[in-house]
Write a protein that binds this ligand. Structure first.
Ligand code: BYC
Length: 325
């Protein structure tokens, strides 16, 4: 419960900077992992903290849109599934904050940066959830996009991040399947249920494509992150992979994806698709999306409401001689 940063300690084998840089470069070139006590360039550490923290914040803020429906789930079974899924997101956040702590920054500091608006979280969670179908659509499209983006991150060059991603991806697969199963059940139901699914897919399709980030040509971090093996694929590559994977699933489900330019391109061996509204993306990332203020206000209130739990846990740890554990 205490959020003291884990001190990565001095490098195991202190070496002059130049030799350390060579060793780092060679490790990356071999495709091996950098571990917390290895020397690493400041830029690499900063990039990891930025990306992992954003990812952790996304998991925690991502509990809100679906959490909105826990009290209104249509059956006990659906409620149990949704509860389990939202709890998993909390767990993902914790694995990721822990990975970040190995870089010398505490969860408390990261939470402060999020609440001060100085660190980001995924744009997708700034859209509202207006019907129960959204629980299915988030599972299918949002977790589907998350899997496309995150499976390559299991091979990221920083050990603690890659290991956290392996477990997260296993759970994301369950999330994606529960969403698809919910939507399939609704599509086999009444006309009103089918319309509800289609309306939900219409709202979430484009924001899901935006989860992969700006086009490669406008992605300032990609080149450096890929050279360091932090990212394994570019934003556009993963977006294309997601579209290719999702179109046949939409056909099996019986829903239409809201893109008139979506069609198979035999020559490329991929689906062509339209351009997301990048002005909308910039607005949402910049803090002016439909739910940005609400999400941060809720997170802030939850953090303040939880202060007594942190204090009690810290006092207990100190009294049992486990302070700072
Ligand atoms: N939303 O140079 P770029 C989940 C920012 S959790 C907001 O391409 P990068 C789930 C970007 O940070 C989903 N901001 O950046 C949870 C950068 O700004 P800064 C979260 C975005 O890092 C619960 C600027 O735009 N997944 O799936 O090379 C329930 C320029 O971008 C977004 C992860 O975090 C966005 N969509 O690539 C269900 C995965 N896109 O930082 C599901 C790990 C870009 O320079 N992260 N920005 O101020 C990544 O893979 C990469 O960070 C990204 C962006 C592909 C997202």
């Amino acid at each position: 419960m205490t959020t003291t940063p884990v001190d990565p300690g001095p490098p195991v084998d202190p070496v002059p900077q130049e030799a350390a840089q060579e060793r780092f470069d060679a490790t990356i070139a071999r495709g091996d992992r950098i571990e917390p006590r290895d020397w690493m360039p400041d830029g690499y550490r900063r990039t990891l903290v930025r990306q992992i923290a954003q990812h952790a914040h996304s998991e925690i803020i991502g509990m809100q849109p679906e959490g909105n429906w826990i009290g209104r789930a249509p059956s006990l079974r659906r409620k149990a599934i949704l509860l389990a899924k939202v709890q998993d997101e909390a767990g993902h956040g914790l694995y990721l904050y822990s990975a970040c702590e190995t870089l010398g920054v505490s969860r408390a500091e990261l939470t402060e940066l999020l609440l001060a608006g100085r660190q980001k979280y995924s744009s997708i969670f700034n859209y509202p959830t207006l019907s129960y179908a959204d629980v299915g659509t988030i599972g299918w499209l949002v977790d589907g996009a998350a899997i496309c983006n995150q499976v390559p991150l299991c091979r990221t060059s920083y050990g603690p991040y890659g290991r956290a991603m392996i477990r997260i991806c296993k759970e994301e697969s369950f999330h994606q399947r529960q969403g698809y199963e919910l939507l399939m059940t609704m599509m086999r139901g009444t006309d009103a249920q089918r319309a509800m699914v289609q309306e939900s897919v219409d709202r979430f399709w484009w924001p899901s494509l935006m989860m992969f980030g700006p086009p490669d040509a406008e992605s300032p971090n990609s080149a450096r992150s890929m050279a360091w093996g932090v990212k394994r694929n570019s934003n556009d590559e993963l977006r294309q992979k997601f579209v290719d994977m999702t179109v046949p699933q939409a056909e099996a489900l019986g829903v239409t994806l809201p893109d008139p330019d979506l069609r198979w391109n035999d020559e490329r061996g991929h689906y062509d698709f339209g351009e997301p509204d990048w002005a909308e993306f910039a607005q949402v990332v910049g803090g002016s999306g439909p739910c940005n203020a609400q999400r941060l206000a809720h997170r802030r209130a939850a953090h303040e409401d939880g202060a007594w739990v942190r204090e009690a846990a810290t006092a207990f740890a100190e009294r049992s001689g486990k302070g700072g554990q």
